[in-house]
Ligand binder design. Sequence first.
Ligand code: 13P
Ligand code: SF4
Length: 302
Amino acid sequence: MDNLKRDILKLKQEKKALILAHNYQLPEVQDVADFVGDSLGLSIAASQTEAKIIVFCGVFFMAETAKILSPQKVVLLPDKEAGCPMADMITAPQLRELKRLHPQAVSLCYVNTSAAVKAECDYCCTSANAVKIVGESLKSVAEIIFVPDQHLARYVASQTGRDFIIWPGYCPVHVDITPEHIEEAKKHYPQALVLVHPECCQEVIALADHVLSTEGMCQYVKNSPVSTFIVGTEVGILHRLKKENPAKHFYPVSENAVCADMKKITLEKIVLSLERMEYQIELPEEIIPKAQKSIRRMLQST
Ligand code: 13P
Ligand code: SF4
């Protein structure tokens, strides 16, 4: 075991900390984590742990979600610059204005939003449960505002037959995946199943066999008799897919599907984070109960 890993395990034990990592994290970061998962799984793990310190290896909105659910805990993000460009595409004042224009609408925010935006929303969702929340919890609601991901919103609309008031946000990593990437990959691996994330655009989704959250992809692959997969999401997920399914084959639709923010967390930064107890997520007191309401509604209906 190398020194950094040993230091992390020692510090983790001393401080009784829990390390959570998203499926897009660097392989070595995933390997030191207590739990690796998607946004939904990580928020559930953060809400259920007894640990008083959570080191969140992911991006800012994910660490904020953990803090919202457990305000009494210390939530550390090892690099305070690890953000999400999509989450930055809508602000609380912009959402308030949208709500003013549609006073009857119920507002639904993707978990990829700031705590301040979550505090303005009625419901939160992730890519794993958006279809269920719209189809079940919001089935008798006439008008729904869905922010900020236009592509996830269109995908959920196609699955539920609903119309949304859509915000034009997007994930720069997933919109760079094109139908040509999928067609090219299919030419090379005609026997493979194509899995894509719902942050991809409609033209890409139309060419996929399955549209899944990152955890959905991991579970699907594990239970599938198929042995070859073309993977249409951020390349970090390939580490977990290969590790959990050594006999199966995985090909990224695009080697360039890399989220620079997710890659900001390194083993060195995790050591410093635990040693110095930084960077602690702090949220304004008035934001927490409001943001909690939208996330708890999501967790109750999942
Ligand atoms: P998942 O919740 O599917 O892991 O997605 C998070 C994300 O940021 C995708 O870009
Ligand atoms: Fe945000 Fe896209 Fe990175 Fe996910 S992959 S964290 S949506 S920029």
